[in-house]
Ligand binder design. Sequence first.
Ligand SMILES: Cc1ncc(C[n+]2csc(CCOP(=O)(O)OP(=O)(O)O)c2C)c(N)n1
Length: 577
Amino acid sequence: MSGKVADLLWEMLANAGVKRCYGIVGDALNPVIDGLHRNGRIEFIHVRHEEYGVFAAVAEAYLTGNPVAVCGTAGPGVVHLFNGLMDARKEGAPIIAIAGDVETSLIDTEALEELNPYKFFEAASLYTGRLVNPEQARSVINTAILTAVLENGPTVISIPGNVASAEAADHCSEITIPKPPLLRPSDADLNQLVKMIDDAKTVAIFGGEGCRDAHDEVVELAGRLKAPVGYSFRGKQWVEHDNPNAVGMTGLLGYGGAYGAIHEADLLLMLGTDFPFTEFLPGHSVKKVQIDKNPKHIGRRTAVDLGLVGDIKATVTALLKTVREKADRRFLDKHLVDTNSFYGLMQHYVEKGPEIKPIRPEFLAATLSDLASDDAMFFIDTGTACMWGARHISGGRNRRLFGSFTWASMANAAPNAFGAQLAYPGRQTIALCGDGGFTMLALGDLLTQVQRKTAVLQIILNNGSLDFVSIEQREAGIVPFGVEFENPNFAKVAEAMGAKGIRIEDPGDVRDGLAEALAHKGGPVVVDAVVDPFALSLPSHVPLHAAKGFTLSMAKQVWSGKMDDVIKTVERNVRLV
Ligand SMILES: Cc1ncc(C[n+]2csc(CCOP(=O)(O)OP(=O)(O)O)c2C)c(N)n1
């Protein structure tokens, strides 16, 4: 091909499998975007906020495995990309950010909108290249694409407008992306693992994101070892469904027998997990083996007795060739019984839900899960949506559950869902949003969904507060502060913006309201669900400091005249209703 640096850029991105670029044009980026326009192979998704575009791209990249581009113009435009790029780094999504940059003659002069891309993107980006000369272009673009794809994270190409419109020096736009190698431990290491398994009377498994695509192997291994299988939020969608040994999650969102199982086993196999909450992982009393394709994960959350580097599917497949069956299933059965009894407790507010007003979020989430299709994609906002989503949205072989589970940014769900719907048009796409999250980032770009007629269902948990923070503050023994706000009627706002709006205030309307929303075709829907702000979810294991904090906060609330709130918290969480 012949042409400018901008032409080379888009042609190489398209050859690497990039289908979309999300962002906002302007200033330094105009000659770059002109190249995208000329190229015609990559769809430009004009969003109203660059951060929304990145969260959309993260979901698209995570779900499809293909690289996705985002763009923002010099200075403020690229600053708006940052939080989303951090999310891409933590969630493991191949994103290539095209960052507008000031003209090369202005670099290091404190020019308008000038920003040093190396310093600015250091925390987020796996590789940052600044194109100050057309001679660099092919090499820098190649490195940015390969790093993003092979290391599963964000990279940045910072590109001054004058370089974008300069003639490219090397016109070769071919790009070869090697497939990841088959990665598993050596036979000697596997033999050591087999011996540890043989020596242990009881084994438990804890699975994370690394179990993606390894469902059948992990379930077979668990069956053979009579091992209960617990999981992180990121692991839930890969190992919970169709798994007779599933015992739920641990951590603050925890439910089921997972905490007990991983603490009481002789040997714990940690498979593809970087679960960060150390206090919920066992200490020295349990032998631990950790297997992960990323060596940096090994031993960093809890000390392990054996660390092996390997892809979970490849490693477990190799292990299954030699590992012996265990006969005694009493340990497994005990933790399955614990899990079932916890599920019974969790059902309380689901079953009573139709009679309780304000609407219980458990009931709302469980009804949604029940009505949604078998291949629905759910996106969960950081906030209480995670509590209800983790517990009451069931997975399935073809369902997907995604959120900012590692970076934990607010306001991810609606843009995630937008990107997913563009990648998989027609597939049911549902965002469970906080009211804080929705008003933080999703509201403006609801217009983008309307304009594009994107079929995204966003369900707002309208609790009039930053409820998750209110719970955090109470856990820390603090009187909730700075967490309340007033909301409009979101259904009316949505209608005024051209979307379909449904407001649900009465529990009796939950099922029909959600069914109507799910059936809507041809554009976005906003369900404004007025839910109980006092609903809590007690984890299966409550750390002592959290229990103490709650008690202290309750006492402080009484002293500061918030007796009503204390009564409501107790009333609505100890099954009096
Ligand atoms: C960008 C960002 N700001 C602040 C936080 C801290 N934070 C975590 S959850 C949360 C509350 C979320 O509130 P909302 O979206 O209303 O959901 P709710 O918990 O009420 O369901 C906050 C402020 C964060 N994680 N990300």
